[in-house]
Structure formats: structure tokens, C-alpha cells
Design a protein around this ligand. Structure first.
Ligand code: RB5
Length: 161
């Protein structure tokens, strides 16, 4: 079940990454962190500073995860908010907005998020690199958190078609 997937061995993890023009400045440092972790990645764009709409890139990354072409994802926009909100409209996506080291850790340890979102107008390249390393090396704690995630899944099942 997608909610409780375990972190796989480093070499088996595949990460889908996507951004709009506002998030583009953070993409390189996120990819650097993924490379150092030994993860494969799929770059879903955008690739240029031309203005685009962040829901399109949220959709590309979510579809990779829901189609099981990727295990987890990274989404970047100006704030990390819009692209994260769009991602959370997909059933089975748990996107956590990350702004600091603690939220990067908790997003995996407690929330078992399958996507993190960050904003290039909020977070520096150096911090984004750190947050990616923290998120992808922190295991989900399981236990009492499974029950809470199951309740979120119940809400999703009730309210999403
Ligand atoms: C684009 O200008 C900006 O609105 C977008 O990147 C993001 O910050 C939205 O939440």
C-alpha cells in the first residue's frame, strides 16, 4: 500500500522531481543531494525560466509516483505552497511542505510523506540540499503514526472519487 512504503536500499530508490519557473533555482541543489544519496531521478521539468503553471508539474510528478515509475517526489515552486496543494489533490499523495530541518525529518518520520515541496523564494540552495538529505535518510517510524495515516486515507476515500 502506497501509504506505508518502506525506504528501499539506496540504489533502488527512484525520485521524480518537478518545478515551475519559481522553483527552478532549487532544482540543481536537490539533484546534487539525490545523486550523492545514490538515488535515480526523473526530471519532470520545467527546464527553463519561462513562466509555467505549477499544477502541471505537480501532476507530472504525482503521476510518476501513482504509476509506480517513481517511489517518492520533490516539488518546487516559489513558495512550495501552490505546487504542494496541487499535489495533495491526487489520491494517494501525501505532500509535505518543508521549510526547516525539523519539518524535513518529521515529514518522513511521522507523516511518511511521499513528496516534499519547497519554495525557492523561502529556502536557500544550501538548505534545500540539506532538507533533501534529511528527508530521504529518515525512516518512517510506523507504530501510532500508521493509525493516523490510515485515518487520512479514510478521509481521502470518503471525499475523493
Ligand atoms: C509563481 O509566480 C508562483 O506563484 C509559484 O511559483 C508558487 O509560489 C505558488 O505557490
Amino acid at each position: 500500500m502506497i501509504y506505508f512504503n518502506e525506504i528501499k536500499g539506496d540504489k533502488n530508490m527512484k525520485i521524480a522531481i518537478g518545478c515551475d519557473h519559481g522553483g527552478l533555482p532549487l532544482k540543481e541543489s536537490c539533484i546534487k543531494a539525490l545523486n550523492e544519496l545514490g538515488f535515480e531521478y526523473i526530471d519532470c521539468g520545467t527546464y527553463t525560466p519561462d513562466s509555467v503553471d505549477y499544477p502541471d508539474y505537480a501532476a507530472k510528478v504525482c503521476e510518476k509516483i501513482l504509476n509506480k515509475e517513481a517511489d517518492k517526489g520533490i516539488l518546487l515552486c516559489g513558495t512550495g505552497i501552490g505546487i504542494g496543494v496541487a499535489a495533495n489533490k491526487f489520491k494517494g499523495i501525501f505532500c509535505a511542505h518543508i521549510t526547516d530541518k525539523f519539518s524535513a525529518q518529521m515529514a518522513s518520520e511521522h507523516n511518511n510523506a511521499n513528496i516534499i515541496s519547497m519554495g525557492a523564494r523561502i529556502t536557500s540552495n544550501e538548505d534545500a540540499y540539506e532538507f533533501v538529505k534529511i528527508f530521504f535518510t529518515t525512516p518512517f517510524a510506523g507504530g501510532r503514526h500508521c493509525n493516523r495515516l490510515e485515518k487520512i486515507a479514510e478521509i481521502e476515500n470518503k471525499n475523493f472519487k
